[in-house]
Design a protein around this ligand. Sequence first.
Ligand SMILES: Cc1cc2nc3c(=O)[nH]c(=O)nc-3n(C[C@H](O)[C@H](O)[C@H](O)COP(=O)(O)OP(=O)(O)OC[C@H]3O[C@@H](n4cnc5c(N)ncnc54)[C@H](O)[C@@H]3O)c2cc1C
Length: 421
Amino acid sequence: MAGEKTVLVVGGGISGITAAVEAAEVGCKVILVERLPYLGGRVARMNKYFPKLCPPTCGLEINFKRIRKNTDITVYTLATVENISGTTGSYTATIKIMPRCIEDRSGTSKCVEDCPVEIPNEFNYGMDMTKAVRLPYEMAYPMNLVADADALRKAQGSTDFNDFVQSLESRGIKLDLDAKPEIFTVNVSSVVWATGWVPYDATRLDKLGFGKFPNVITNVMMERLAAKSGPTCGEIVRPSDGKKVYNLAFVQCAGSRDENHLPYCSSICCLASLKQATYLRDYNPDAEAHIFYIDLRAYGRFEYFFDRVRNDEKIHLTKGKIVNVFEDPVTHDVIVEGEDILSGSRIRSTFDMVVLATGMQPNTSLEKVPANGVSYDEYGFLVSDDGIHAAGVTKRPMDVGTCLQDSTGAALKALQDTVGR
Ligand SMILES: Cc1cc2nc3c(=O)[nH]c(=O)nc-3n(C[C@H](O)[C@H](O)[C@H](O)COP(=O)(O)OP(=O)(O)OC[C@H]3O[C@@H](n4cnc5c(N)ncnc54)[C@H](O)[C@@H]3O)c2cc1C
């Protein structure tokens, strides 16, 4: 197992991947630990990136290639770090790897269509179902199947299940529902913590209707809805009835800058909604998008992106605070109510669908680094300490470009620990 000059990177999103390749490409050994069965984090689930509006696979594929060809990087997926002890320059970390429950030596990973068991598709934020034996997504790295043992166990013994197991075996694929987790320790000199974020839980925003009304969705769901690989193959249609969306509202700061929820600004939600308004306009040129905002924030070079989008006469920007979202029980249209801040008049408008622009909550606010003496700010973002360096959204909300810079910086700090200071 790796020795002294090894950097442990926890979290395989764009920030963790960047820190890992930057450290490895100057000759350091790296262990990259990711909880999900694939690398890429939230970015892998985006439709397009602002400001260039290119697909996320562009950036991810280049990095996967860098990982693939660098023998100094060891990647563990379905893995977490259970404990870290020691001090800067010399840590011992305990890693736990959950089993994939399937061994595929066939290279025919996509042949799982006949799996009889379906589970909610977590990759598409539960908007559709997927097979319990699956490739996590079509560009997944590593390109390996994963099986949901709990779901499959319920079907064990049925004819469909037995037929499926036989069909897998005939293709050289073996299910192992009793596989056990693996636990081991590694010695490393430094740690980069890049566990990123979760979307703020929109069911906590009682007045905004998420979870009660099917045509109220969140911004991360909108990414999947617009994606060709998403639940509707890129058709922007209403969850309630599959009707094409003509009239869409975005409610900005849904739970953000609010003392009862996330008191801070996530800095990218305005840009994300501007971007998503272009998804709708590209998909349906007759459609209109309405963005209700408190302040529209497009910092630095993103000002040009904002200008480009606001020139579209079918994208309407209203400075207004939405306080109530409900539905017409017959049509399932969504009604938003609030105040137009500039005119002081009341807003009451009806839409086919509403997107709540929820913010980014750091994973470290929910699950701490398993080491002593690590500090956090008042919102749970990780404050870098000697030897344990935060990277990307673990540190504060940021866009992908800033994550790349930040994570490169974190890799440099980690390298300094490997040589001593
Ligand atoms: C709706 C929306 C749209 C956006 N669109 C854009 C855009 O167009 N352009 C742009 O520049 N930015 C965009 N962003 C911001 C972008 O998503 C973030 O900058 C990016 O996801 C940050 O990457 P990260 O690696 O820091 O975190 P993440 O993407 O969250 O990656 C963290 C990784 O760590 C893993 N992990 C978590 N906990 C553990 C653990 N305990 N152990 C091991 N692994 C763990 C996770 O599974 C994940 O793979 C958008 C954000 C939102 C909300």
